[in-house]
Design a protein around this ligand. Structure first.
Ligand code: LLP
Length: 381
């Protein structure tokens, strides 16, 4: 397969759609025993139209965080009644896009936002379906930049305000209160973190019961992590453990449906960034492999100190050397990884940077006036 990459302009994103299909099937198989479980794909992870079309055809709903994402989801033919929409700063224009398309649910993150949605719904002569995003103050074990569910984070409504906001939601004429939404963070691999969220929701549910408040929907967000160290071994995340954790520890009421917003775990492993080595440079203390992809094409290492497995896919060398793999962008943080062992590498070799299907292409920029890479799939070869 990789020999076919030799004559293609680099860098480019390569997507294995067969793996994406297998991943979607694994999810469908695991939730089959739970007909009240619904998965909304978090489109922020990757909005490539070819991937969206596969995810849409597999029958998944969609989770959006902007009016632009709602528009992209509609263009990809996701049913509007499968769209959930979160975000701390929804503009009037974005709220109107949601209202006019009669989306499944706004995940509302503050009291003023709830009031604005009501006012706009009155103007539009419609009813807005609303879940309240509660900040459960649960700390997952992941990078600080991708934790969302702690009290100091900007997301959601504090537990202390929850009662007030539910009463307000029920009193506003053009708001239909549907339930509660949570999302504690991303790249979570310890099921105990999701179990803690379940415990917190169980206590909230007891409180709802004692106040005779009916929630039809519980949405637990996304966050399931993937194996960045062994992407070729653990190609499909452990969805069984993930869904079983919720089935076992979350005590739903008989009329309730449970919603998930999975992004990374669906698309991360099917994407690879293919880049060519421009130069091998001997520094004072280091040997650099300077490649033609940069932080503009994959910002995760610079932004979160993320490690993506890097493989030399064209070398046949039997000897190994240490390299810092760096990009061409004029920033010291334009480094993919340091001190990694690769077969002796030379100008022209192709490197594969793995697990970039989530938050890779979608976070690309044209800083340094760089051209955005093209994307290809297994279907193109
Ligand atoms: N739902 C909400 C409300 C979210 O904020 C997110 C991700 C998701 C669902 C999907 O989470 P996932 O299943 O993908 O973990 N750019 C960062 C990740 C940012 C995640 C933002 N929110 C990264 O590259 O690691």
């Amino acid at each position: 397969m990789y020999s076919k990459f030799q004559n293609i302009e680099t860098p480019f994103y390569y997507y294995d759609t067969a793996l994406l299909e297998a991943t979607l099937k694994a999810i469908r198989d695991e939730i089959k025993p739970y007909p009240h479980f619904h998965v909304h794909y978090a489109i922020k992870a990757n909005a490539n139209p070819r991937l969206l079309s596969i995810i849409q055809q597999a029958g998944f709903g969609v989770d959006c965080v902007s009016g632009g994402e709602i528009q992209v989801a509609i263009n990809a033919h996701f049913p509007t009644n499968s769209i959930v929409y979160a975000g701390v700063g929804k503009s009037d224009k974005e709220i109107i896009i949601g209202l006019r398309n009669n989306i499944f649910c706004f995940n509302v993150e503050s009291i003023p936002e709830l009031e604005v949605i009501n006012q706009l719904a009155v103007k539009e002569n419609t009813i807005a379906n609303v879940c309240l995003r509660i900040n459960p103050d649960v700390s997952p074990h992941t990078h600080a930049n991708i934790i969302t569910g702690m009290a100091e984070n900007k997301f959601g409504i504090s537990m202390a305000d929850m009662e007030k906001v539910i009463w307000l939601a029920n009193s506003l004429p053009n708001i239909h209160f549907k339930g509660l939404h949570f999302h504690i963070g991303s790249q979570i691999t310890n099921m105990g973190d999701f179990q803690l969220l379940c415990d917190r929701i169980n206590r909230i549910q007891d409180w709802l019961d004692s106040h005779a408040i009916r929630a039809e929907i519980i949405n637990v967000g996304g966050g399931l992590g993937i194996d960045y160290q062994n992407p070729q071994v653990n190609t499909i995340p452990n969805f069984k453990d993930y869904f079983q954790t919720y089935a076992q520890y979350l005590h739903l009421r008989p009329h309730q449906s449970l919603h998930f917003e999975l992004g990374r775990s669906i698309v991360a492993q099917c994407g690879t960034l293919i880049t060519r080595v421009l130069y091998i440079k001997q520094g004072t203390y280091k040997q650099f492999a300077i490649v033609d992809a940069g932080m503009t094409d994959l910002i995760r290492p610079a932004l979160y100190h993320a490690h993506h497995k890097i493989e030399n896919i064209s070398s046949t060398a039997k000897t190994y050397e240490l390299y810092d793999v760096v990009g061409p962008v004029c920033e010291s943080s334009d480094v993919f990884d340091i001190n990694i062992q690769l077969p002796t590498t030379q100008r022209g070799d192709l490197l594969a940077i793995h697990s970039i299907g989530a938050y890779g292409e979608v976070m690309a920029s044209s800083y340094n006036c760089r051209q955005l890479p093209q994307s290809l799939t297994d279907k193109d070869f």
